[in-house]
Design a protein around this ligand. Structure first.
Ligand code: NAP
Ligand code: FE
Length: 363
């Protein structure tokens, strides 16, 4: 058993300004990594710039991180940030994950970047500050980064382990999330919790966080379905997302993530909803004692009720992707090559089992 959480988490109103000296301590030059507009819209970018200006920390801004970022974006970002002492990520999982990859290349150079990010030898990184603005990935407290690989036509988890040095969480930065982003990222955190519990690497510490996240979900799931989220509920979902991140930082994720990646790649189904699509099938193939614990924690009477709720919730914001039988063999082969995800499941599953999960969930 082990539990490792090196990220210092700061949470509260105006937390960036309260902890502004931490920026000063990290160096003289920063690279800010964001998506197109949300960092500006939610106010976090202006707050960060105000602090950097106050302490005359030079900075550049890499503000073109795409959702489900392609690996190559790490090189673009590292080029722009040449000479930076630390990286500040503002946004959802996409900018936070990209910032971790960039931080490796800023320390070790951009040549042979695939080897540095995905090869066998380990590479560390310059410090990363993470300022999350979505209620989902928990990337502010995980060592993971997920990138799109256009050659393999799917998404891949980078094998390096880069925990952010600091995570700054302020409710106000999450208030501008559009409904679809909020709903899908809540489903991501929901799946992180469940995939961490039904996982051979689960332990009593990771479970503390995973079950706490599911309890918060249970409290607010009706408000979520009716779109009546109060500030208190939003705060609980923000916390649930970080708790679930702490849980998967110990265990990793499992099959729903692996099954969802090719669908996100091919049809653009949002990451959290892709996971949720496979969650009922994941329960079907999981040990029933663990499934019962998940049902109890989430407040569903049965697997059928769980599946019905999930299907209706996904339908609020997403259309069913037009997956066809002929796609499935390729997807299943990709999963069979992702040993880590298969090994994390308590029951050994065959290629045919994976095919059945795909058929039941998406055809
Ligand atoms: P995201 O891809 O980072 O962002 C999705 C959209 O939400 C973007 O259009 C973004 O706009 C917008 N947005 C973000 N925050 C907003 C705010 N406060 N107000 C308004 N709009 C906002 O979404 P995500 O779901 O958080 O991240 C998904 C990625 O994380 C996937 O690639 C997934 O595989 C990965 N992931 C990583 C981990 C991990 O442990 N590292 C775990 C699970 C998933 P802008 O483009 O303008 O910013
Ligand atoms: Fe995820």
């Amino acid at each position: 058993m082990r539990f490792y959480m090196p990220t210092m988490i700061y949470e509260g109103e105006n937390i960036l300004f309260e902890q502004e000296l931490l920026f000063k301590e990290l160096g003289k030059k920063a690279l800010i990594v964001t998506g197109k507009t949300s960092a500006k819209v939610c106010g976090a970018l202006d707050d960060v710039i105000e602090i950097l200006n106050k302490y005359t920390i030079e900075y550049s801004i890499f503000n073109s991180v795409k959702a489900n970022p392609p690996i190559e974006q790490t090189v673009e970002g590292a080029k722009l940030g040449e000479g930076a002492d630390f990286v500040i990520a503002i946004g959802g999982g996409s900018p936070m994950d990209t910032a971790k990859g960039i931080a490796i290349l800023l320390k070790h150079g951009r040549d042979n970047y695939i080897e540095k990010l995905f090869g066998n030898k380990n590479y560390d990184a310059i410090p990363v500050i993470a300022i999350p603005t979505t209620t989902g990935t928990g990337s502010e407290v995980t060592p993971y980064s997920v990138f799109t690989d256009n050659k393999l036509k799917t998404k891949l988890s980078m094998p390096r382990r880069i925990f952010p040095k600091y995570a700054f969480i302020d409710l106000k930065y999450f208030k501008t999330m559009p409904l679809a982003v909020r709903n899908t990222t809540i489903m991501d955190a929901f799946s992180h919790s469940i995939e961490s519990i039904i996982n051979v690497r689960s332990n009593h510490y990771s479970e503390l966080f995973a079950f706490k996240a599911l309890n918060l979900f249970r409290q607010h799931k009706n408000d979520l379905m009716n779109d009546t989220i109060s500030d208190e509920a939003l705060r609980d979902f923000i916390n649930a997302s970080t708790y679930a991140g702490i849980a998967i930082a110990q265990t990793g994720t499992s099959l729903p993530h692996a099954l969802g990646y090719p669908i996100t790649y091919q049809f653009g189904l949002a990451h959290g909803m892709a996971n949720a699509t496979f969650m009922p099938e994941f329960l079907r193939v999981s040990p029933k004692d663990l499934v019962q614990k998940v049902l109890d924690a989430t407040g569903f009477e049965s697997e059928e009720e769980f599946a019905e709720w999930t299907k209706n919730f996904i339908a609020l914001t997403e259309e069913k992707p037009p997956v066809k039988e002929e796609h499935l063999e390729d997807y299943a082969r990709l999963i069979s090559s992702q040993e880590e995800k298969l090994k994390s499941h308590p029951i050994k599953l065959s290629h045919e089992d994976i095919m059945t999960m795909y058929r039941n969930a998406v055809l």
